[in-house]
Design a protein around this ligand. Structure first.
Ligand code: GTP
Ligand code: MG
Length: 197
């Protein structure tokens, strides 16, 4: 079983100076979608990655060591309106450069807010991952904000916005739901075993 309970913060970096000596699970999605919260929930450590109710909290690529074989990687969110266009471009460049250094070592968890239709940037990310052949898993966040009987319909409507999605399987997640955490751990374990090196 993948065990995240001893995960430790290692270092923050820009896209250069990154070590690709382990397999990596990287969390991507728009600003404020819940990437850092999900990492903390998965590892059951509220102090691991900094979260904020304001978008744009994570500005660097943060590496956490799960074990001698695996890193978790928290990335800056995209689509943050308050930063300049130039900085925003820097953000997506950072994400792209990070991934392109060693795409076969990375499993990407794409986070989408269950309440909102995907943005152009969400679509671009999925298309780009498909194009590069990067393994990914879609996770809908903040599912506690939608009444349970409506969750499936929301998820499917949101997914229908991705014309080229290669893997329509998704997970409904909430940091308030223990079962979701267990399910995600299982999925990540299976994908790591099957896919990346
Ligand atoms: P950036 O670092 O800015 O890209 O944001 P992020 O994607 O890391 O989001 P972060 O984890 O900082 O969370 C943003 C806000 O969403 C915080 O106020 C969290 O408490 C809230 N949040 C995250 N996950 C959940 C969830 O499952 N349910 C609810 N209700 N709120 C959540
Ligand atoms: Mg963050």
């Amino acid at each position: 079983m993948l065990n995240f309970s001893n995960t430790k913060f290692l270092y923050s970096a820009i896209d250069k100076n990154i070590k690709h000596d382990k397999s990596q699970i990287a969390f991507m999605g728009r600003s404020n979608v819940g990437k850092s919260s999900l990492i903390n929930d998965l590892c059951q450590n509220k102090h691991l990655s900094k979260i904020s109710s304001k978008p744009g909290k994570t500005r660097l690529i943060n590496f956490f060591e799960v074990s001698s074989k695996i890193y978790l990687v928290d990335l800056p969110g995209y689509g943050f309106a308050k930063i300049s266009k130039k900085t925003r471009q820097g953000f997506s460049e950072m994400i792209e450069n990070y991934l392109l250094q060693n795409p076969s070592a990375v499993l990407v968890v794409v986070l989408l807010d269950i309440r909102h239709l995907p943005t152009e940037e969400d679509k671009q990310l999925i298309e780009w991952l498909n194009f590069q052949g990067v393994l990914y898993q879609v996770v809908f966040t903040k599912c506690d904000k939608i009444a349970p009987p409506k969750l499936k319909a929301h998820a499917e409507k949101n997914l229908a916005s991705f014309p080229l999605i290669s893997n329509p399987s998704y997970l409904l997640y909430s940091i308030k739901d223990k079962k979701a955490r267990k399910n995600l751990t299982q999925i990540l374990k299976k994908k790591m075993e099957d896919g990346i090196n």
